[in-house]
Design a protein around this ligand. Structure first.
Ligand code: DAT
Ligand code: MG
Length: 141
């Protein structure tokens, strides 16, 4: 499975604005197979753990507060070259710098409230998938 999976979250800003379905359609149209999907809400403690790598950065508290502020949609996505292709599909962290047609260009409002998460490496994808999903929630078709 290595190299074929990535993890995403549609973030609270995009979920609350009704962008869940259009974003999932964009993901499917780009050739990603959705093999697990759930709407959930992270606690502050969940968000602190998920974003542990950013602890100590100036935006950490804002990030944890925002990511636990409302429902998110978490998913496992499968495709060849999943991590890299999905990062291309979502665009730059700052939507002002994101390429035309990317999910962040279309749906994000700011660098903090930037609509969607995408794993940055195969290793982190597997960690993030394990964080949000147990094996029986992931399907192979
Ligand atoms: P990405 O989500 O593109 O992988 P990242 O890993 O550098 O970006 O940061 C994680 C999240 O933290 C990002 O999606 C939004 C938030 N963030 C990053 N830089 C920020 C900043 N300068 N101000 C506010 N929030 C920021
Ligand atoms: Mg990141």
């Amino acid at each position: 499975m290595k190299g074929k999976r990535t993890f995403t979250m549609i973030k609270p800003d995009a979920v609350s604005k009704g962008y869940t379905a259009p974003i999932l359609k964009k993901i499917a149209d780009a050739g990603f197979k959705i093999t697990a999907l759930k709407m959930t809400q992270m606690t502050r403690s969940d968000a602190e753990k998920f974003y542990e790598i950013h602890k100590g950065k100036p935006f950490f508290d804002e990030l944890v507060e925002f990511m636990s502020s409302g429902p998110i949609v978490a998913a496992v996505l499968e495709k060849e070259n999943a991590v890299e292709d999905f990062r291309t599909l979502i665009g730059s962290t700052n939507p002002a710098e994101a390429a035309e047609g990317t999910i962040r260009k279309l749906y994000a409002e700011s660098v903090g409230k930037n609509a969607i998460h995408g794993s940055d490496s195969d290793e982190n994808a597997e960690k993030e998938i394990a964080f949000h999903f147990a094996g029986r929630e992931i399907f192979d078709r």
